[in-house]
Design a protein around this ligand. Sequence first.
Ligand code: NAI
Length: 294
Amino acid sequence: MSATFSKVGLIGCGAMGQGIAQLSAQAGAQVLLLDARAGAAQHAVERIKAVWSSLAAKGRLDAEQLAAYGARLQAVQSSADLAGCDLVVEAIVEKLDLKQTLLHELEPLLAANAVIASNTSSLSITAMATALKNQKRFAGWHFFNPAPLMKVVEVVKGLATDAATCERLAQFTREFGHTPVSAQDTPGFLVNHLGRAYSTEALRIVQENVADFATVDRILRDQIGFKLGPFELMDLTGMDITHAVTESIYHQYYEEPRYRPNAIAAQRVAAGLLGRKSGTGYYRYDDGRPQLPA
Ligand code: NAI
């Protein structure tokens, strides 16, 4: 059993929720998964089990671990099922009003000492906390995609967050084999503040016809040494998430021009060209690997 949290609720079972659920179960916690979309939580359970099966096939998990991990995951139907959790993490869509509504409805169902965390990429933890009566137990816990592989996790302290809440999340992060980094509640925290330049300047370069997107990716990846070019990264993150994060940081900095979102991004979100998750973004993912569009 995990030393820090024994029963974890995960709300929102998309890319991030799945990764955090996987890590929590590996650390020894029981994990309850909940999603607003019918069947999504069960689908997430199956996908996580498939990841473990493939690790077992490569000899990186033994049969005992495989069975133990699998037994710790459970899809649930309603937030009332999360009542016994000592940690609940939300990883739903990046919309402040939806996150606040969820927190407001969740809080009365939980024990007084349960911790509540948000995996938000860019929204204010302090603003989100205003939906709660007890704001001390709420913090940002920001993973990067894919969560099992990306070892840095930002622990974000809102104005009202208790230091003890942050320390418990940091300790749980260490139990995953990841590294917690303390960040203050500022727009984009540390990594996404810095990372805006990577996406917005790349979009401006394409918009100004300096180079096409595949050339920008190739140079930054193969010549400069980044793991992914900016367009590959936007496809991995999801254009909807990237654009929402840029808009959120731009507005939080009072329309500071250097963070201005790009019309190309808005158009691609409207067209549903979100990246890997929709099958097509800047690249096509017919067999899961990026290919240039025809
Ligand atoms: P996603 O779109 O893959 O998954 C979101 C899930 O939440 C969907 O399954 C959806 O059905 C569910 N959902 C939406 N509203 C809900 C509600 N009210 N109650 C329960 N479930 C609900 O999104 P993704 O990429 O997993 O992002 C989730 C959160 O994590 C966002 O806040 C995002 O900013 C943040 N994040 C995303 C990263 C990325 O690279 N995609 C990296 C770090 C953080």
